[in-house]
Ligand binder design. Sequence first.
Ligand code: SF4
Length: 174
Amino acid sequence: MLLNSYTLEFARLSCGSKAQQLDLIAHLDQDISEVIPYLNSVLEGFQYTKAPRSVSFKLNGKLVVIHPREICVNAPDDQSEGEKIIKWLREKINDTWERRGEIQPRFESAPKPKVLEILRLLPKTNCGECGRSTCMVFASHVSEGGTDPDDCQQLDGEQKTKLARYLGQFQFES
Ligand code: SF4
């Protein structure tokens, strides 16, 4: 077993949450660096960094970032949901580690939506109703997969469809 134990903490972090929401951080008691490229394949990560290693992916609409000694879950609905996600991830990490001989590790990110292309499709009023200070900040979070585009209440039907079509080309929207 690669990951055995961890402690949980709710805090305001930088993994894309709205200002009023808390993220869940699991502080890992074991270093899981070696499994991260395999998780990038198994979990269809959309962002991978080499140094330090990390992988980001979406789970039930939440952004999850896995680091060697920490897992960050973007704004779970409540403590129970956050705990379930981390428990599921621990099983997935250990199963992936056990099966690593059959898995092709992936050392790169999936193609990512462009911030300026997302911004072009937003209302650009900087109204702040989405919890971000500007549409540019919102576009940046959407590009990273940390924000649901539906959080922009001002998007009208046609622009919403266009944005969904654009984002639909990228892995993190699945
Ligand atoms: S709600 Fe929409 S229009 Fe308003 S700041 Fe956020 S992204 Fe921009």
